[in-house]
Design a protein around this ligand. Structure first.
Ligand SMILES: Nc1ncnc2c1ncn2[C@@H]1O[C@H](COP(=O)(O)OP(=O)(O)OP(=O)(O)O)[C@@H](O)[C@H]1O
Ligand SMILES: [Mg+2]
Length: 317
């Protein structure tokens, strides 16, 4: 493990970087490279074994769209085997871009990983074809419940199992999905397009389960769902992690719920991680509470602004 990687084991915020504003930057903005998260305090270790080799590691990755728009600017994170890591941040921070960089789907939008490495199970996968990454066991559930609307629930599930390259065990796996999502069992013959938003989200997760992935990348599964449904979807995500042993990287704007299911969390802004730590530590971190969990006063600012604001408050009081 590198020094910087071990630094990142505890809560570490970038301090006073002048180029950490939100929004994409031109490539030349990033000439100075990523900032070390230098004020790493010794905090509690994540629940998962900190010495274990991570199943997934992103090391200083940069992502460019259209050859010039630099969106990820030296992003590093790790997900322990069997763990759940939450990747949090506001609109445009680069969360979806991060997931697409991992799953190989950037090419669809003329994007590429232009620097850094993405290591899955000991092998560099940046730039690899998306279908090969799926074969290695990484499955992304896209933002916005993408299901095949004109196929039935069961047909959607069977399509999810197709990536395994064999029909054997498909029915047993569909039964496994119905075990986690009984509402889908009742609607197995119904067209997916006629399902409610929550049921479509369940189907999208169920389709991922059909591929028996080692790792699931979930992009905002709570989006647009009623609070009670959000709780139950996350409860199922936790059960899948525990019972199937699936490692999960969970992208969310709903920090409160995400940190209640994750072991470890990363908060990103402007294309890089600005804060990370054990989930329970982030949940109680005052800056995170103030900004992301909405427990403070004032509007929603950037994490860095909150830090300045808190410093000013201390100065004034
Ligand atoms: N295909 C693209 N071409 C150019 N810029 C893009 C492209 N896709 C995303 N971006 C830009 O990259 C930045 C990060 O976008 P991304 O979708 O990764 O953010 P996000 O954190 O997932 O946001 P949200 O919470 O709104 O889903 C944004 O500024 C966005 O405008
Ligand atoms: Mg997104």
């Amino acid at each position: 493990m590198t020094d910087s990687a071990s630094d990142r084991r505890s809560v570490a915020a970038s301090n006073g970087r002048s180029d950490a504003g939100s929004g994409p930057a031109r490539r030349s903005d990033a000439a100075s490279g990523p900032a070390p998260r230098s004020d790493a305090a010794a905090g509690p270790a994540p629940r998962s074994d900190p010495d274990a080799t991570p199943l997934l590691g992103l090391n200083n990755i940069e992502v460019l769209y259209d050859d010039v728009i630099l969106v990820l600017r030296g992003l590093s994170l790790e997900v322990a085997e069997g763990g759940i890591a939450a990747l949090l941040g506001s609109n445009g921070a680069g969360k979806t871009t991060t997931l697409k960089a991992i799953s190989g789907l950037l090419y669809v939008e003329d994007g590429e990983v232009s620097d850094g490495t993405i290591v899955f199970d000991g092998e560099e996968i940046q730039g690899m074809d998306a279908h090969r990454i799926v074969e290695k066991g990484v499955f992304q559930v896209l933002e916005g419940r993408r299901v095949f609307e004109h196929l039935t629930v069961r047909e959607n599930l069977l399509a999810g199992g197709y990536t395994r390259g064999t029909r054997r065990g498909l029915n047993a796996d569909a039964d496994k999905v119905y075990h986690y999502f009984p509402a889908l069992a009742e609607r197995r013959g119904q067209l997916a397009g006629h399902l409610s938003g929550g049921e479509q989200q369940m189907l999208a997760l169920g389709r991922a389960l059909m591929a028996s992935p080692r790792m699931m990348l979930l992009d905002e599964p709570s989006l647009g769902l009623a609070p009670m449904l959000v709780e139950s979807i996350f409860e199922i995500v936790r059960r899948i992690n525990r019972e199937e042993g699936t490692t999960i990287l969970l992208v969310e704007q709903n920090a409160r719920v995400a940190l209640s299911v994750a072991d470890y969390g990363y908060i990103m802004e402007g294309g890089r991680v600005v804060l990370e730590g054990a989930a329970e530590e982030l949940r109680t971190n005052e800056d995170v509470k103030e900004f992301y969990l909405g427990l403070g006063d004032g509007g929603r600012r950037s994490y860095r602004d909150v830090k300045h604001y808190r410093r000013r408050k201390r100065w004034l009081s």
